[in-house]
Design a protein around this ligand. Structure first.
Ligand code: HEC
Length: 202
């Protein structure tokens, strides 16, 4: 009987959707407004440098997040394989977050310093040179395309509006830091920061 009501009545469907959404809002979203300051105070997260921000944007635009998650759950198997699990306070400067929902490749939360820059160069050019069975695509163009840094000041300013504490000086110098670097250099700077941008590790 109840099945019939749910599938045949639009009103019941909309009302039940609204109730579930309102409950989620009350339980998940609303409390966050009240302890945000505490979260910021206890967080050890450090803002990314201008070059790392540029690298993060390349990570997004190349779609790396469609195969790699950045969300280690507090489960034994995950911690053994990927290291320290994510805490809410880790992500206060992540806009947008890159938790992901697919793991065709391994989780990258704690990747920073696991490999040398040289390893990443070889791997990005052709993953099969270091992992013969890899199905990850090659990204040779990242080594040819050079960044001009035109939009990096605007990006840092936008991030500052969202609460990332960049100083005026950091924003002024951002372009110099990025200009002339290849996309691969920026991306590798970002990859090496992963897990290392959270300060002291327990
Ligand atoms: C089609 C899915 C796919 C895409 C897209 C992809 N990867 Fe991968 N990635 C993999 C797989 C599978 C592996 C495991 C084999 C290997 O190491 O190559 C991997 C491994 C890695 C590793 C090594 C991780 C470790 O802990 O050993 C890094 C770093 C990495 N990928 C970075 C990237 C970056 C950066 C991008 C975007 C430029 C990217 N991947 C895009 C599938 C993908």
């Amino acid at each position: 009987m109840i099945n019939k009501d749910f599938t045949s009545s639009v009103v019941i469907l909309i009302a039940s959707t609204a109730i579930v959404a309102a409950f989620s809002f009350l339980v998940w979203v609303l409390p966050a407004f009240f302890y945000q300051d505490k979260l910021i105070a206890e967080s050890t997260a450090k803002p990314l440098t201008a070059l790392q921000v540029a690298g993060r944007d390349i990570y997004i635009s190349e779609g790396c997040h469609t195969c790699h998650s950045m969300m280690v759950r507090p489960l034994n198997a995950e911690i053994k394989r990927y290291g320290r699990y994510n805490r809410e306070s880790d992500d206060i400067y992540e806009h947008p977050n890159l938790w992901g929902s697919k793991r065709t490749g391994p989780d990258l939360t704690n990747l920073g310093r696991k490999y040398s820059d040289q390893w990443h160069i070889i791997h990005l050019r052709n993953p099969r040179d270091v992992v013969p069975t890899s199905i990850m695509p090659s990204y040779p163009w990242l080594f040819e395309q050079v960044l001009d840094g035109e939009d990096i000041e605007a990006k840092l300013t936008a991030l500052r509006t969202l609460g990332v504490p960049y100083s005026d000086k950091e924003i002024r110098q951002a372009r110099l830091e990025v200009k002339g670097k290849t996309k691969a250099q920026a991306l590798i700077a970002y990859l090496q920061s992963l897990g290392q941008d959270q300060g002291v590790r327990p």
